[in-house]
Design a protein around this ligand. Structure first.
Ligand SMILES: NCc1[nH]cc(CCC(=O)O)c1CC(=O)O
Length: 349
């Protein structure tokens, strides 16, 4: 390296040489320090400020430090537009991109190197130049019932009981089984939703089991809604780490956290919601499992009032998950999902 140049004598100085040399100097310094047991690698890890987001960020930091003891990881809590607008239905206020945009801006500008997200909150189409560098092993994907009286399933709730959820997906599936229940809008972070239940506003609320478990609130779960009662949202329970596409160093550092089985399921689920313009403006669910290299994908599109609920399930080799996802989407469309989606998107616009 550089030897040929030295033998060839002085080289005319070129524009950009200085910059290249100082970069090279920094790199050599880092390598030398590393050689003597020092490391100057610091990663800035961006996160939202909710308790769940901070738990997830801390979890990713701790797992990175366990893998790379020399690494510095600085957590950078950021406020997103979505966090500032926590009133009214999510569907009316611009959707879930609002929860990731500021973090993605931070990645773009180099203020952070990683952004930790619930994959459920990550939109189908990532901004240019960014990638999900790792998806962690999924936590419990089910929805959980948290009820004031400890009722553990939908059937045990009294007639006309008030149920808190802001999710069209949850509302549609609950109403399908129990048209008498009164679904009421409930937004906010996990702890504020629990506080409103405790204040007596609802008989029960529905939350992702994953969030409750991560926050050490497992004992608040009155019962788990089975997958065939409440099909989960695409990616529910999975944490993703977003980074710059070209940031090879960061991508290499997080690569060991990647869980390929979870990633395949999440990819199949997101293929369905992506193809159907999903997001949180529609009652739409998608959930995949893997067994012996076979991926089974189930998805659902419904009417918010629960009057219609279309489901489709297909299996195929995990290596060919795009074909399975396509079959599920085509099946839903041939059952009439297109008309439901078109009408709901028009009404919501
Ligand atoms: N929409 C908010 C959100 N995003 C991710 C989770 C739960 C954790 C997860 O799915 O990984 C939650 C809360 C909830 O749905 O109860």
């Amino acid at each position: 390296m550089g030897g040929d140049r030295a033998l060839a004598g002085p080289v005319p100085r070129q524009r950009g040489d200085g910059l290249r040399k100082s970069r090279q100097f920094l790199r050599m310094t880092a390598l030398t320090l590393h050689h003597f047991g020092f490391s100057v690698t610091t990663l800035h890890l961006g996160t939202r400020k909710s308790a769940l987001a901070l738990w997830q960020a801390t979890h990713v930091r701790d797992r990175l430090l366990a893998l790379h003891p020399d690494l510095n990881v600085t957590i950078v809590p950021m406020t997103t537009t979505g966090d500032r607008q926590l009133s009214g239905p999510l569907t009316a206020s611009g959707g879930k991109a609002l929860f990731t945009k500021e973090l993605e801006q931070g990645l773009w500008e180099g203020r952070i190197d990683l952004a930790v997200h619930s994959m459920k909150d990550v939109v189908a189409q990532l901004p240019e130049g960014l990638t999900i560098g790792a998806i962690l092993e999924r936590e419990d994907p089910r929805d959980a019932l948290v009820s004031a009286l400890g009722v553990s399933d939908l059937g045990g709730l009294p007639s006309r009981a008030r149920i808190g959820t802001a999710s069209l997906r949850r509302a549609c599936q609950i109403r399908h089984r129990r048209p008498d229940l009164r679904i009421e809008n409930l937004r906010g972070n996990v702890n504020s939703r629990l506080a409103r239940l405790d204040a007596g506003e609802y008989s029960a609320i529905i939350l992702a089991a994953a969030g409750l478990k991560r926050l050490g609130l497992t004992e608040r779960i009155s019962g788990y809604l089975p997958i065939d009662v409440s099909l989960p949202a695409a990616s529910q329970g999975a944490i993703g780490i977003e980074c710059r596409l070209t940031d090879a160093r960061t991508r290499a550092l997080i690569a060991p956290l990647h869980h390929p089985g979870t990633a395949q399921c999440v990819e199949a689920e997101r293929a369905v919601t992506g193809a159907l313009e999903g997001g949180c403006r529609l009652p739409i669910a998608a959930f995949a499992t893997l067994a012996d290299g076979q991926l089974t994908l189930r998805a659902l599109v419904g009417e918010p009032d629960g009057s219609q609920l279309l489901t489709e399930t297909h299996s195929g080799p995990a290596a060919d998950l795009a074909t399975t996802a396509r079959a599920v989407v085509d099946g839903l469309l041939s059952q009439g999902a297109g008309a439901i989606i078109e009408r709901l998107l028009k009404d919501g616009a």
